[in-house]
Design a protein around this ligand. Structure first.
Ligand code: FMN
Length: 209
């Protein structure tokens, strides 16, 4: 574990769901975390296609703590994230394409995102992958199982509906809240089951009345 402020690596790949990555990075920064961000070329494309963010940088995120974000070159395998000697509190790949799932599950390390994931595994740190593909192929499932057996956490982008989401943001927050819980970062997103359907939402209150 890193000393001082939490250090989390975030990898963003070319799976659909750039909005998850956008919200995750913003919440981590607001949650007093130093975020080390690596985005693949297709990750950049999806940020552009889905969020109209063309030139991804610190100012792209909704936070007042832009100074906590470091963005790394995808090809720069020599960056500090490529070594286990740079101590982090884990890595989240969100969203995770089937392509990156396959690369990480076979130990490929030809770019900084894959290398950082490999390092996270070898150092026995927390590695969380958020696959977004449906249906999952047999190969996707085998790759997920292999990673799970190696200690990684597979956390598919599959929001629940028991909190009675009203907006896309509610659905996104459900997934992001789970991820923040998994890296032990405090948040106030309405994602925790309290034993009552829709607890915390207006619609839940109406349903009970
Ligand atoms: C518009 C668009 C949407 C895509 N959505 C997904 C997806 O949801 N899941 C996935 O596994 N791949 C998806 N892909 C394919 C990946 O982007 C492609 O396999 C790419 O090689 C992934 O590279 P990366 O893992 O380096 O980001 C999508 C591609 C495009 C252009």
């Amino acid at each position: 574990m890193a000393k001082g402020r939490k250090q989390i690596v975030v990898g963003v790949t070319g799976a659909s769901g750039a909005i998850y990555a956008h919200r995750l990075v913003s919440c981590l920064l607001d949650g007093d975390v130093d975020v080390h961000l690596i985005v693949t070329p297709y990750g950049h494309r999806l940020f552009s296609d889905e969020l109209d963010i063309k030139d991804l940088g610190a100012s792209s995120f909704s936070t007042s703590h832009h100074e906590r974000l470091s963005v790394y070159g995808y090809r720069d395998v020599g960056a500090k994230l490529g070594s286990g000697s740079f101590r982090t509190d884990g890595m989240i790949i969100c969203p995770c394409s089937s392509n990156t799932l396959a690369s990480v599950s076979t130990g490929l390390a030809e770019n900084l995102l894959n290398r950082a994931a490999s390092v996270t595994l070898k150092e026995r740190r927390r590695l969380i992958l958020v696959p977004r593909e449906m249906p999952a192929s047999h190969i996707d499932l085998q790759n997920s199982l292999r990673l799970s057996e190696a200690g990684a956490i597979i956390c598919p982008a599959a929001p629940g509906f028991y909190m009675l989401p009203q907006t896309i943001d509610d659905l996104v927050d459900f997934v992001v809240g789970k991820l923040l819980d998994l890296v032990d970062v405090e948040h106030s997103l309405n994602t925790r089951w309290t034993g009552e359907v829709g607890s915390g939402s207006e619609r839940g209150a109406e349903t009970e009345a």
